[in-house]
Every structure is written in C-alpha cells, then in structure tokens.
Design a binder for this molecule. Structure first.
Ligand code: NDP
Length: 419
C-alpha cells in the first residue's frame, strides 16, 4: 500500500490528484493538504465514490518546516508531491529529509520576497557568476544532492510540462534519434482563448514574474541575456496555426545545458498575443507587478498579490477556454555522422481537458506529468538516492505513460526550423 501526500489543491494539483485517484494500484491513499482545507475537502468530495484510493485532507502551512514535519510524521506517506508554489520548495525538501520521504515537484525554487537582503546577496553573486538575472535557478535545490543521497531518498525536480515533458523529450531524442544533440528549441504555444481581456493560465504571480523578466538562452557554454520580449519569431504550429513567439528565460535550459552532452544552444519560446503583452506592460509600468510590500491606507500590501486577487482564478478558466496547446522541442544534431532534425510535441485540447477533469489544458499538461513523475518514483522505476532533474532518468517509461494518461506525443522528422 502506498500513500502520497500532495501539497496544494490549486489548478495543477486538482488535475494531478484526479489522475492519481484513477491509479489506485499505485496511489492507494492520497492525502491532500494546503492552508485552506475547505478547498481540499471540496476536491475530496468530488472524488468520493469514483476511486478505490482512500482520500484524506489536512491543513498545512508549507512555509513552516515544523508544520510539514508533523504532517508527514502523522500521515507516513511514501512520497510528497509538491504542487504548492516554488516559494515552498526548500521547506518541503527540508521536511522530506527529516522524515526520509521522497520528493517530487514541478518548478524550481524562487524566493517570495526578492528584496530580502540575505537572499539578494546570494542572487547578486549568482547573476555575476552565471550571467542571467532570473529570480529562480536550480542551485538552491541541487545543493541538497548529498543530503538526499545520504538519506537514501529521491528528489525528482521539474516534473511538469516545461520543465518536465520537454526535458524528457530531450532525453528521449538523445536516446533514440541522435548520437549528439547540438541545438534545442523548446516552443510553448497556447492557442487557447478564454474570452477575458486579460487572465493568466496558471498562478498569476509566478506567471507574470516569469514573463516580465529578461530573456536568456544558452550558447557555447554560457548564458546570453536579452531584454524582455526582445527576440520574436513566428511559427506555424500543428493544429493551432501561425503564432508570434518570444524568447524567455526558462528553468529547464539550466539543467539541460548540464545534462545533454555536446549541446551548443538551447532556446525557449512562448507564444503571446499582442493584447496580453500590452496589458502586462501597462501593469508593469504602473507598479502592479512589484513583489515588495508597499504601504496602503495604513497596511502593507504586495502589489502583485493584490493583482492576483483581481484577476480571474486560473482554475475557473476551464469552462470558457477553447482551442489547443502545442508544446514541444525541435532538436538538431548528428546521427551516424549525418546532420538531422526532429520535432517532438504534444497537442492538447482545452475543452477535452475540461470534459475529462474540469480544468483547462495548462493545468492538465502540468498535472498529468506530475502524476507520472510521482508514479515512477513511487513504483521504484525512477528511484535512486539524490536530487535529479527528469532528463537524468530513462525517458522510455515516462514517454509511454504520457501516451497512456492523456498527453500523446508526435515525432516529426525534418521539421521547419526556427531561425
Ligand atoms: P495555484 O495558485 O492554483 O495553486 C497553488 C496551491 O498552493 C494552492 O492550492 C495553495 O493553497 C497552495 N499553497 C500556496 N502556498 C501554500 C503554503 N504556504 N502552504 C500550503 N499550501 C500552499 O497554482 P497552480 O496550480 O497554477 O501551480 C502550482 C505549481 O505548478 C506552481 O509551482 C507552478 O509554478 C507550477 N507550474 C509548473 C508548470 C510546468 O510546466 N512545469 C506549469 C504551470 C505551473 P492554499 O492557498 O489553500 O494554501
């Protein structure tokens, strides 16, 4: 019998939990925990009578290591799936270490208060050493490697779609199609329309911080940084059509640069419509994307958190969103001395996701691989002591599971390349 503790019950967690509940042979017990236990209870109620898995709920503040340790000791799960926010990665990893329990997440650590002087000093040093200014990077979590090895437990980092599936696509391409990969272009296209003038498809705070930051890419062994949205390309995506896409910094570039031998360049592009970009620029210009507290009528508020309260809840976009996502990677490299290119991608339909689980495709494409990563760790297929990114394991079982659990993929040889 295997119990999983899932922290968070937002858009992504809701998908992962529903998918885990359909795999009661692996996840015989599921404990759902967050600060607002009523939301966890609502999900439990929705699942009642539809699954053989035993579902329980609990209240936890994942910013507090002791609170997490008490919960893990009480629940005795085999693994903890962190689907809260990147701010809680380290506290949850600390608690897993104390309790000797495996850890899985979908996003790398990011500090909540980027004005904190202690964090800022480390950040400034990293910007100077590495050459990119994103607020998130893997150094914080990779620093746990030895401690996880000694404790004999696994941390699986970045088991969402990007990072996650895109990283597994890379390992799969290397294993089956190339002797050496030289170029990777990761392309995240959302052709969905939710009908609102402005909304984000996942947590607005995390999303807007990512998109308004400088872009960057990896080339010839170092980072090249760009201004936000400085590099724009157009691509004709299968089942979506032509879209403008912009180069962003993205976390899987950092781990793939280490784990794909011989790599020369890795870029990440995401599609945005002009209206989204204009709204975001305006919000940024008036200070609404600030992450530091400001005084308002005698109390402190953090502008981006206030903005989050005004924007539509991403979990509510499901019924309104129509269209498809197309996310994948174009690889160029050599096989048997010949240069070749291969494109591996998944197309996901917002309305089909809604019909199946009541959520839109962004939560779906993240929640399904989170369940798959947790399943592979829990059933021992991807279990070894230490801290790993998903591309460090054999990609085949993950790729098979994608086809089986709702994210089938396509391999296209000789695709149109991005210049
Ligand atoms: P939501 O904001 O919808 O959900 C976040 C959840 O975390 C809520 O249920 C919230 O519950 C819980 N939470 C927040 N703070 C705490 C805390 N201190 N203690 C306990 N629980 C907490 O986010 P999403 O579902 O959209 O995203 C979840 C994660 O997935 C994020 O880390 C995001 O970066 C990542 N992601 C990864 C992607 C990928 O492809 N790799 C793509 C999209 C998202 P409550 O308020 O009740 O505590």
């Amino acid at each position: 019998m295997s119990k999983i503790l899932i922290i968070g019950c937002g858009g992504v967690a809701s998908v992962a939990i529903q998918k885990c509940a359909k795999k009661a042979d692996v996840f015989s017990e599921i404990c759902i925990a967050s600060r607002t236990v009523s939301k966890c209870d609502a999900l439990k109620e929705k699942l009642e009578g539809t699954t053989d898995a035993k579902i329980t709920t609990a209240k936890v503040n994942a910013d507090d290591v002791n609170d997490l340790i008490s919960l893990i000791k009480k629940e005795q799960p085999k693994a903890v799936l962190n689907l809260a926010l990147p701010y809680q990665d380290l506290t949850i990893m600390d608690a897993c270490l104390v309790c000797g329990v495996d850890y899985i997440d979908t996003a790398n650590y990011e500090a909540e208060d980027t004005e904190d002087p202690e964090w800022r000093a480390v950040y400034e040093r990293r910007c100077a050493e590495k050459g990119f200014t994103a607020y998130f990077d893997y150094s914080w979590q990779w620093a746990y490697k030895e401690r996880f090895e000694k404790a004999g437990i696994t941390a699986l980092l970045g088991s969402g779609f990007d990072p996650g599936v895109t990283s597994v696509f890379s390992a799969y391409a290397l294993k089956h199609y190339f002797d050496e990969i030289h170029y990777i272009d990761i392309m995240d296209c959302n052709g969905g329309d939710h009908g609102y003038p402005f909304a984000t498809n996942f947590n607005p705070e995390i999303n807007l911080r990512e998109v308004s930051a400088n872009g960057s890419y990896w080339e010839d062994g170092h980072w090249v940084e760009t201004k936000p949205m400085e590099i724009k390309r157009e691509y004709d995506f299968a089942q979506v059509g032509k879209k403008d896409m912009y180069l962003l910094h993205h976390e899987e570039i950092e781990s793939l640069a280490q784990n794909i031998p011989g790599i020369r360049r890795i870029r990440f592009f995401m599609t945005f419509g002009q209206s989204y970009l204009t709204h975001m620029k305006c919000l940024e210009n008036v200070g609404m994307l600030r992450t530091d507290p400001v005084m308002f009528e005698g109390r402190e508020i953090v502008p981006i958190q206030f903005l989050k309260a005004l924007l539509p809840d991403p979990a509510s976009l499901g019924p309104r969103t129509v269209g498809k996502t197309n996310i994948g990677c174009i690889f160029t490299g050599v096989k048997d001395g010949k240069e070749k290119s291969v494109y591996i991608y998944n197309v996901c339909d917002h309305q089909e996701c809604y019909r199946e689980l009541g959520s839109q495709a962004i939560s779906y494409t993240t929640g399904v691989p989170a369940m798959i990563g947790a399943m592979l760790v829990m059933n021992g297929t991807w279990k070894k002591p230490g801290v790993f990114n998903v591309e460090e394991f054999d990609p085949d079982p993950f790729m098979e599971a994608l086809n089986q659990y709702g994210l089938p993929w396509v391999v296209e040889e000789n695709p149109v390349l991005v210049d």
